[in-house]
Structure formats: C-alpha cells, structure tokens
Design a protein around this ligand. Structure first.
Ligand code: HEM
Length: 310
C-alpha cells in the first residue's frame, strides 16, 4: 500500500556516486534540499485542507507507541513511520488515521529522500505552526521501520475512558502508566494534552463525542463535518483547551475523562492551572514536550540528527 512506487534511490540507498561526492555529504545535501521544499509545500497544504489536527494525531500515534524497556529497534516503537503499515493502522486507537497517511503519500513520492517518520513529524509541527502554535525546531533524519514486523503491539497508546486496557484505577494513573513508559514526565503529559486545542473526536472513529455540535456542524468546503471539539476554534492552536476543560461550562465542548483528570489530580493540576492562565508558559512547555515526543525511539539514519537553520 502506502510504501509502493517510490523513487528508486531513497535516503538509505543514495550512495552519492552520481556526483562523485562523499556519500554521506551527498545524501545530506539532497535531504536538506528536499526538507526545505517539502516544509514550504506542506505549510500551504495543511492550511488549504485545514488538516492540521489529523496530522498532529498521526505523528503522535506514530511516536507514542514507544516503550523504553524494549531495546530492539524498531520493536521499541516510536517515531519510525511504522504507522503507515496496515497492521498498525488497524489498531483501534488509530481509527481514521489511514486518511492522513493517504494525504501524505504524494509528498512521500515527491520527496523520496525524506523518511516517512520524518514526513509525519514534519506535517505535525508545520500544522501546529500554521494554526498559530509555537514553532517547533524539529530535527530530521529518522530511519523508517522497513516492514510490518516493526509495528508495535496494540494498546501502547492511551484509552479515553474507563475501563482502561492496563486496568489502571483512574484516568490519571492510566496516563502515567502510558506516558512514563515512554520516558515522559507529568509535565509532558499535561502540556501534550493541550494539543486537543486542535481537532475533534468522531463517533465513527474513536466513538467519543457527539455526531455534531454548534461548533462543528458547519465547516468549510472539503472538510469533514461533525464530531465534538474540545475548543470553539478547533483550527487554532492556543491555550483555550485548558480554559475550557477547567470551566466545563459549555455542553457543546468535549471533555474526556483523561482531559478532566488534568484538573482533578493534585500534581497534574499545578501545570494545567498554569497553562490556563499563561499561554506563553504553555507554548514553552508544549514545545519542549513535543520535541521529546518527536524523537522517541528514533534511530538516526547517519547516527546523528540533521538540524535545519531557520
Ligand atoms: C492524553 C491522552 C490522550 C487521549 C486519551 C487522547 C484521545 C483522543 C481521542 C479519543 C481523539 C478523537 C479521535 C477521533 O475520534 O478521530 C483524539 C483526537 C486528537 N488527539 Fe488525542 N488523546 C490523547 C493525547 C494526545 C496527544 C499527546 C496529542 C498530541 C500531542 C493528541 C492530539 C490529538 C489531536 C490533534 C486530535 C484531533 C484529531 C482530528 O481532529 O482529526 N492527543 N485524541
């Protein structure tokens, strides 16, 4: 499926012979050129298609499977592009994400030096920035899992309501079990949950939320209508998720058990209150947590990441 028909020389195969250059240098130069072009094209694409939310969810679901106790790569999960395979897309938590993989396939074909793992993470940070969120200086050069044997087991991602698949006694304990397994902290859990400032939950994907609400019934042409959003302006990245989850005043807005617990749990609440009051603090902590998330379980193609200058 998604992996077929790519350019014959991928990031792993470009030996640099064509230019008589050092193979590593040649590979890097090509990759840098493609990264810059792809970022520019993707920025226009996510704005035009209003698809930042699903791109953020795709990248998170690729990376968030990471298990720090598993040494073998890519079996440890993480940002390795394995979500493009049918076996992983079929996991219950990934319902609806095949659409995002398909939307990015033309970019994968056009920019063969860019790994799927990089492309998915790129689409997410480009989407967040285009939606008004922080600029996240992603690093590049992630190696892709080569086939379905690199897919993680099901249930590495969090569930949205009890009973939880890890038998956790409450939502906060569930979030800690899942995110601490990735090596992330309580602060990261709360900051990353703020990504729900974007997007919606759909009955026919996760089964959560309403068929449609005051804020989701009328959408721009070409955008899937319906679902329940966490915020009124669900294409804008700001701190309104924390303000709205805290107040729980608007019945048209979604609050999952795992959202509500951020204000119920004593330790989580400290961060959640801070982010509701101070958007700059949220953006700073979000950026830091997102960088960690985007590099979970990553194996760099040439053993070190590529940094693009601004
Ligand atoms: C804390 C535990 C989390 C739970 C239980 C959770 C659960 C969910 C659920 C049930 C949906 C609705 C999916 C659908 O019906 O299409 C969703 C959507 C979404 N999630 Fe999460 N999520 C969590 C964390 C995160 C994190 C860490 C991020 C990103 C950093 C994220 C980003 C998103 C986005 C952007 C959407 C909207 C997708 C769209 O509109 O298509 N979530 N999440």
């Amino acid at each position: 499926m998604a992996t077929n028909g790519r350019h014959p020389k991928t990031h792993r195969e470009n030996d640099g012979d064509d230019e008589g250059l050092d193979p590593k240098k040649a590979r890097e130069t090509t990759l840098r050129d493609e990264l810059r072009a792809c970022i520019a094209e993707l920025s226009d694409f996510v704005l035009a298609r209003r698809c930042a939310p699903i791109m953020v969810r795709l990248a998170w679901h690729d990376a968030g499977t990471y298990d720090k106790e598993v040494e073998e790569w890519p079996k440890c999960g993480g940002a390795n592009g394995s979500i493009r395979f049918a076996a992983e897309l079929a996991h219950g938590a990934n319902a609806g994400l095949g659409k995002a993989v398909e939307m990015l396939e033309p970019f994968a074909k056009k920019y063969p030096s860019i790994s799927y793992a990089d492309l998915y993470q790129m689409a997410s940070v480009v989407g967040i920035e285009a939606a008004g969120g922080p600029k996240i200086s992603l690093r590049y050069g992630r190696k892709d899992a080569g086939d379905e044997s690199g897919c993680p087991p099901e249930n590495n991602l969090p569930g949205a309501k009890a009973p939880f698949h890890d038998n956790a006694k409450n939502p906060a304990a569930h979030l800690r079990n899942i995110f601490h397994r990735m090596g992330l902290t309580d602060q990261d859990i709360v900051a990353l949950s703020g990504a729900h400032t974007l997007g919606r939950a759909y009955k026919d994907r996760s089964g959560m939320g309403a068929d449609s609400t005051e804020y989701t019934k009328d959408v721009a042409e070409g955008v899937t209508p319906g679902g329940s959003s966490w915020t009124k302006e669900w294409l804008k990245f700001d701190n309104s998720y924390f303000v709205d989850v805290k107040s729980k005043k608007d019945a048209n807005l979604l609050v999952l058990e795992t959202d509500a617990c951020l204000f119920e749990d004593e330790e989580f609440r400290v961060f959640a209150n801070k982010y509701a009051e101070d958007q700059d603090a949220f953006f700073a902590n979000y950026e830091e947590a997102h960088m960690k998330l985007s590099e979970l379980g990553v194996k760099w193609i040439d053993d070190e990441p590529i940094v693009l200058e601004d």
